[in-house]
Design a protein around this ligand. Structure first.
Ligand SMILES: NC(=O)c1ccc[n+]([C@@H]2O[C@H](COP(=O)([O-])OP(=O)(O)OC[C@H]3O[C@@H](n4cnc5c(N)ncnc54)[C@H](OP(=O)(O)O)[C@@H]3O)[C@@H](O)[C@H]2O)c1
Length: 341
């Protein structure tokens, strides 16, 4: 079996999970290089990795590069992805910088693995919120068509990176320690934090804003769900709208998804599709997955299938998945696996 020269760029929460996934899935690696802004040694699951400071001259020989740096002009992808590609690498990018470019496949293998073949050096990993919705819904779309999707997400803090997860921890600890001896109504809610990530306190709170606001009142995260779902399912006719909410959970996003099928479908038919869907664990009884339980696992968990009693062909599901694994690192490694086939 051919072995590959692999690079991982970024060792934040997603980059670390990529290193774990490469190892646990025995990805065929001839040589692994790890890059970040600064050089250092890191230890992941007992293995020491030498992290190199990224620089313009260092990309020769890399065949597959998994990018998990931050987004935007100063982020790793904008600065270095095309330099890796020029040197012969295929880049799988976790960020949003290139996802909607027409010659960049946006891939969730369970839904559109063949799109990988159309790459021109760059393949994008969708947003974490989109990925788990797609895994849950793509079988239903294939079988019955989707007319409409309404999605409300309950997103973990780690979805905004390592600092964001640390902020929840720090705020919770500060509030509990400072306020232990105070009466409930005396509790001062504002906590100073060195991790200035969210617009409001996240501990013991929920924030109905992820990303910046557009003029229409939706946030960038909410538009990602729409645009990325259309692109992955190759169907712009699906009417999609979402509300994305940050909740005080460290890892694993939850979503309440309401959908309407194009063809007639009943509860039993939808249930059968969910039971048979690749990457899905379906809960047929009244039990349900919780973020705390799914952290560190690879499947997308679907529960609480209900038919809308007032509208034909309309259903609710509850969907939970680890945002760092299926929502990011695992999906990227699965794309890399497609490249090796
Ligand atoms: N967190 C999620 O659930 C999730 C889900 C889907 C997609 N994503 C996307 O995945 C990417 C990584 O997210 P994350 O949550 O892991 O972020 P993070 O925890 O903030 O880590 C970012 C990493 O990127 C490195 N980095 C930043 N700018 C760089 C540059 N110019 N050159 C090289 N390395 C650079 C940082 O290096 P240093 O360590 O040296 O500072 C750090 O290791 C982002 O694009 C994010 O949008 C995240």
């Amino acid at each position: 079996m051919k072995k590959y020269h692999v690079a991982v760029v970024g060792v934040g929460v997603v980059g670390i999970e990529i290193l774990k996934c490469l190892k646990s899935r025995s990805f065929p690696i001839a040589n692994l290089r790890v890059f970040a802004r600064s050089a250092r040694a890191i230890e992941v699951e007992g293995i020491e990795y030498e992290v190199e400071a990224i620089g313009d001259e260092r990309f020769d020989g890399v065949e597959i590069a998994l990018f998990a740096g931050t987004e935007g002009e100063k982020g790793a992808s904008k600065l270095y992805a095309h330099k890796f590609i020029e040197k012969g690498a295929i880049v799988v990018d976790n960020g949003a910088d290139f996802r909607l470019e027409h010659d960049v496949p946006l891939v969730v293998p369970e839904a559109n693995r063949d799109a990988v073949k159309n790459h021109k050096g760059l393949i994008a990993n969708p947003n974490c919120t989109t990925i788990q919705a797609i895994v849950a819904l793509c079988g239903i779309h294939r079988e019955f068509g989707l007319e409409r999707i309404l999605l409300t997400s309950f997103q973990a803090t780690s979805g905004a990176g390592k600092k964001a997860a640390m902020k929840l921890w720090e705020e919770a600890r500060t509030l509990v320690n400072i306020n232990r001896n105070k009466e409930f109504d005396e509790i001062h809610k504002d906590v100073d934090s060195e991790f200035d990530v969210f617009s409001h306190q996240i501990a013991f709170n929920v924030i109905p804003q992820i990303g910046g606001f557009a003029e229409d009142g939706y946030t960038s995260e909410e538009w990602k769900v729409v645009n990325e779902t259309h692109k992955i399912l190759n169907d712009d006719s699906i009417r999609i709208s979402s509300t994305c909410v940050r909740v005080p959970v460290f890892t694993a996003h939850s979503e309440a998804i309401y959908f309407e099928t194009k063809k007639d479908a009943d509860h039993a038919q939808i249930e059968k599709v969910l039971k048979d869907s690749e990457g899905v664990k379906y809960f047929a009884d009244s039990s349900f997955p919780l973020p705390l339980e799914v952290e560190g696992t690879d499947l997308t968990y679907v529960a609480r299938l209900r038919r809308d009693p007032f509208n034909k062909n309309c259903f609710w599901i509850w969907v939970v998945a680890d945002n760092l694994r299926k929502g990011a690192a695992l999906n990227a490694v699965q794309i890399a696996e497609e490249l090796t086939k």
